[in-house]
Unconditional design. Structure first.
Length: 280
């Protein structure tokens, strides 16, 4: 499958297309006026290629729509993502989460990455079927820890609403000591103003989320479509279709109504700590 264009370039491309349509110009009209091929302009609007600053200024002139922020957005879109410095070329979840303002995650098999302790994530990464060098392994840990910093970032905070199945709390990842510290970390994380934690308790039995975990991402600019992110055995899906995203949001809200509230969830985590992970 072709690689997905970076989020910033896709967002920029959507703006180029919206400007052209507002100017009531077809792709053929625009490419002729800009002295570009049709395929070149199409790839720009899809975010598949980098936009040249001079071309962006020409587009604003042609469409008679001046937006000073568009030039700065073009510069940002042309820069490599911060994670590239850690040897990660993937244009998947990190690329999208970096631009998001709200993450809603249904966690069925593991603690959400944004809430994992370093010990927990090391134990989790260690069982991956793909062999990694120690350099790759350490970089993967470092990147996840950096992602977590946004939960406490005053300038660019990331909100997290996490629905966690009770089975995740009881699944022993890394041993008793690791799990004890992980659950204590959840108790502390839930005190952050950016974090809302709810547990789907075992006693509710079967629930609508058992078909699979998923994540919803919302962005600060309302014109950016929300993204539904789903991982599967050999890859992932990024879904922006309005109908599918809406259905996933309804499912998340339904599950949240079935889950314990934050206070009840904290009480359950404390019980699991006492029952299963208390020091001998």
């Amino acid at each position: 499958m072709p690689r997905r264009p970076p989020f910033r370039r896709r967002r920029l491309g959507h703006r180029f297309q919206a400007m052209r349509l507002k100017a009531k110009m077809t792709l053929d009209d625009a490419c002729a006026a800009l002295d570009k091929t049709r395929s070149t302009l199409h790839r720009l609007e899809q975010g598949e290629t980098k936009a040249d600053i001079h071309l962006v200024r020409s587009m604003m002139d042609l469409y008679d729509q001046y937006d000073p922020d568009l030039v700065e957005q073009t510069r940002r879109a042309n820069k490599p993502g911060w994670w590239v410095a850690y040897g990660i070329q993937d244009l998947g979840y990190i690329d999208v989460e970096t631009e998001a303002s709200l993450v809603r995650e249904l966690a069925l098999v593991s603690i959400p990455g944004l809430l994992q302790t370093e010990e927990y994530m090391r134990a989790f990464f260690d069982v991956h079927h793909r062999q990694r060098s120690s350099f790759q392994f350490e970089n993967q840990v470092a990147v996840r820890l950096i992602r977590q910093l946004r939960l406490t970032d005053s300038e660019d905070p990331l909100e997290l609403v996490a629905l966690i199945d009770e089975a995740v709390l009881r699944k022993e990842v890394g041993g008793v000591d690791v799990m004890r510290r992980q659950l204590r970390h959840l108790l502390l994380a839930n005190m952050l103003p950016t974090v809302k934690l709810q547990v789907l308790p075992n006693h509710i039995g079967a629930h609508d989320g058992m078909m699979g975990a998923f994540t919803l991402l919302r962005f600060p600019e309302t014109k950016d479509p929300e993204v539904l992110y789903i991982e599967y055995a050999t890859g992932s899906l990024h879904i922006e279709d309005f109908g599918e995203v809406k259905e996933a949001k309804l499912k998340f809200e339904h599950l949240a109504s079935k889950a314990m509230d934050s206070e009840e969830s904290i009480a359950l985590i404390e019980r699991v700590l006492a029952e299963q992970y208390s020091p001998e």
